[in-house]
Ligand binder design. Structure first.
Ligand SMILES: Nc1ncnc2c1ncn2[C@@H]1O[C@H](COP(=O)(O)OP(=O)(O)OP(=O)(O)O)[C@@H](O)[C@H]1O
Ligand SMILES: [Mg+2]
Length: 460
């Protein structure tokens, strides 16, 4: 049974009808006292609660009832219904343990969607023993192709992903750069019922505030001066499927409001066309920033934060799971062996150990690049630590004072040369002609060395 708490009889009636038609038995009450009595006597599966009761419009009654319900039944999911104007209240409610909030006027479809999601999430949490599944068991249940690793922290993430994938819950993926956030976002989609629908990735870090609406919502020809043709927005492209909002921490405050509105109402308007359009979409966000901290600093909207983080997945850094490094290296080498048709290719045990000890701040992406470069540049079939050392971006010179040469025995001439090239590149902001001149090389000779050491550069 779903419990509806609202002092407005019209709301009670329409919600009651909606739930009944959707196959959920429901009970309606008008006061916090009655609500609390029912929660104690016949615990419902979910509570749908209005925040404002007639005598008091501050929402305090609602917050108080929420606190009491949570005390009696901590696991019982509560969805708050608030006016659009009182979103701060909703945020307070989320902090106090509400599962979700819905703003008035609600859309029947999205409200039902939210209810389904919350119910299935709740059932997932209470039914499964989270410690039980091994990697092999996980692979039997879900599709985690291409995601390598057995570390307990990673398995925890995969378990979560598997469980929430089938719901429509929004997922926030946090993790340092290169930890596999995009891979996890894809896994959520591939394990969901939307898997045959589009998965649209948007890098919010790459969209300027002035273009946000036109990129995301699309525009009609003539909507503004530069709108020469119609443009389909990313939301429309993703409709029916999943939208992956990458680098959400980079979004400026004005775009954050616009995004909140769509996620909230699941409707949007194409620029130059005032007809609102409905969206049926799963939202996954990722960031390598600490959003909670950004909220405290006033750089990220709190209401948007709660809108996107119904489920939060934190990816461990590679240094927290060094046992996975050999598996990952193996996986990358398997790929290279096939791609370059080099059946004898392998990584020696000493090299494996050496790799496990490196800090790898760029995480899995850095490891992958390192392996690829070492394989390509060395040309050998069995790679040793020295083949990786030569490719390693981290500069051992940093231990020396600027202007001093490193201690003998700490560095090879090749490493020294590579380091000097990197520094000169940085000094001249990548200007190849000036770098070549400063190093006393021809441009051709510099290019050969850049390739030899796999130093990234902008081709001129
Ligand atoms: N568990 C894993 N197993 C195999 N490959 C992985 C794994 N995690 C990440 N990778 C690979 O590492 C690279 C980086 O992963 P991904 O792009 O998902 O990271 P990210 O967290 O989104 O990074 P960024 O923050 O820089 O955008 C990709 O090539 C991806 O295929
Ligand atoms: Mg990424």
């Amino acid at each position: 049974m779903i419990l509806i708490v609202d002092d407005d009889v019209a709301v009670r009636t329409s919600l009651g009808l909606l739930l009944k038609q959707a196959g959920y038995p429901a009970k309606s009450v008008a006061t916090p006292e009655e609500a609390l009595r029912i929660v104690q006597e016949t615990p419902p599966r979910l509570v749908l609660m209005d925040m404002n009761f007639s005598l008091d419009t501050s929402g305090q009654d609602g917050l108080q009832l929420l606190a009491q319900v949570k005390q009696v039944a901590p696991q019982l999911p509560v969805i708050l219904i608030t006016g659009w104007g009182s979103i701060t209240l909703a945020v307070e409610g989320m902090k106090a343990g509400a599962a979700e909030f819905v703003t008035k006027p609600w859309h029947n479809d999205s409200l039902l969607q939210t209810i389904r999601t919350i119910l299935s999430l709740h059932e997932v949490e209470t039914e499964t023993d989270p410690a039980a599944l091994s990697r092999r068991q996980l692979d039997k249940q879900y599709n985690f192709k291409n995601i390598v690793g057995q570390d307990a922290r990673l398995l925890h993430v995969l378990r979560n992903v598997g469980q929430v994938a089938t719901t429509d819950a929004s997922v926030l993926i946090e993790g340092e750069s290169g930890t596999g956030k995009e891979l996890i976002a894809e896994a959520v989609h591939h394990n969901s019922h939307r898997r045959r629908q589009p998965f649209v990735k948007v890098n919010l870090g790459g969209i300027s505030a002035s273009l946000f609406e036109s990129e995301m919502f699309g525009h009609r020809r003539g909507a503004f001066t530069d709108a020469k043709t119609d443009r389909v927005g990313r939301f429309e492209l993703a409709n029916g499927g999943t939208i992956f909002l990458d680098e959400i921490g980079e979004l400026d405050l004005s775009s954050q409001v616009k995004l909140l509105r769509v996620l909230q109402d699941r409707t949007y308007e194409v620029l130059g066309d005032s007809k609102p359009r409905r969206l049926d979409i799963r939202v996954i966000c990722a960031t390598n920033r600490n959003l909670a901290e950004m909220v405290q600093q006033g750089r990220f909207r709190e209401d948007l934060f709660y809108r996107i983080n119904l489920i939060t997945v934190r990816l461990p850094a590679l240094r927290e799971r060094p046992q996975d490094i050999p598996l990952l290296v193996q996986h990358f080498v398997d790929g290279l062996r096939a791609t370059y048709n080099r059946p004898a290719l392998k990584i020696g045990a000493r090299a494996q150990h050496w790799l496990q000890e490196q800090p790898l701040p760029g995480n899995i992406r850095e490891l992958k690049n390192l392996v690829e470069r070492a394989v390509l540049v060395s040309g050998k079939d069995e790679l040793g630590p020295e083949d990786f050392q030569a490719q390693f971006q981290r500069a051992p010179v940093r231990t020396a004072e600027p202007g001093e040469l490193p201690e003998p025995g700490t560095m090879t001439l090749d490493e020294l040369e590579a380091e000097m090239i990197r520094r000169t590149l940085e000094h001249y902001s990548g200007n190849i002609s000036r770098v070549a001149k400063a190093l006393g090389l021809s441009r051709g000779a510099l290019y050969r060395r850049l390739e030899k050491y796999a130093i990234p550069f902008d081709a001129e």
